[in-house]
Design a protein. Structure first.
Length: 273
């Protein structure tokens, strides 16, 4: 018999089921078994976090509500004696305001030219006599630009000046330089700077002499200046301060300047302030 025919006549054996699909199904089930609990776990954690936040917010609101309903607790008393302030005087018992003659501020805010010492009898007016512009004032310095910068930095307000000539060759100039109020006292700084500069000059022989009763005023007597073809030149200066006003006095002469002359002039000018 033909083996082929015999194979055709006999029923074919049933094929065994393939194992691969079963493997796939098993892996899918396993995947579902693993993944689903994880998802449930993540959802559970999220719910717990939300509940915690809601609980925190709710607890804070309740705490504020409880605190708002409570009576305020008074603070402990300060461990110091009570502050005492001067009481205003009863109406009608206030002190009278100072007269203008005694009120320095009223003087300073008035016409500054009236505070200049008048010219001596017989003296001749020379140079400025009244208001002096800032440009004219700084023009007297060796370095006008630097002097202008300094004056503006100190807050210069206005300048009153008076000059005269008396005797044969004596000349006098008095400047009242007023400064604006600020974080510093411009008049005081100006006076201190000028006193320091004069003391450091090569031709100055000392740091000046304190002017009695002036507080910080000083006067300077310079050694004679001699130069061939010229007359001898003597010089004296005064720098003092009264409030917001700086006083500058310059005196020149071809003869020796007596100490009493410059001191007397300075004292009389200070009295007017």
């Amino acid at each position: 018999m033909n083996p082929t025919e015999a194979a055709e006549g006999e029923p074919e054996p049933e094929s065994e089921p393939e194992s691969e699909p079963e493997s796939d199904a098993t892996e899918a089930d396993a995947t579902e078994t693993v993944v689903r609990p994880r998802r449930r776990a993540l959802r559970t954690v999220g719910l717990i976090a939300v509940a915690a936040v809601l609980g925190l917010v709710g607890g804070t609101a309740v705490g504020y509500r409880i605190q708002a309903d409570r009576e305020p607790t008074p603070l402990a008393a300060l461990n110091q004696p009570p502050l005492v302030y001067p009481k205003p005087l009863p109406k009608g018992q206030e002190p009278d305001p100072l007269p203008a003659a005694e009120d320095r501020q009223a003087k300073a805010n008035g016409d500054l030219r009236k505070l200049l010492l008048p010219r001596p009898k017989g003296a001749r007016a020379v140079g400025a006599d009244g208001w002096l512009s800032l440009a004219e004032y700084v023009g007297r310095y060796n370095r006008p630009g630097g002097a202008l910068e300094d004056q503006l930095g100190l807050g210069v307000r206005r300048i009153a000046s008076r000059s005269w000539r008396s005797g044969e060759n004596r000349s006098v100039t008095i400047d009242l330089v007023q400064f604006r109020p600020g974080s510093s006292i411009g008049a005081l700084e100006f006076v201190e700077d000028q006193q320091s500069i004069v003391s450091e000059e090569e031709r100055a022989d000392s740091v000046g002499t304190l002017l009695d009763g002036s507080g910080n005023g000083r006067y300077f007597l310079y050694p004679v200046q001699r130069e061939a073809g010229y007359m001898d030149l003597y010089e004296a200066r005064v720098y003092a301060q009264r409030g917001d006003i700086a006083i500058e006095i310059l005196m020149f002469d071809t003869r020796r300047i007596a100490e009493k002359d410059i001191v007397s002039l300075a004292e009389r000018q200070l009295e007017r302030l």
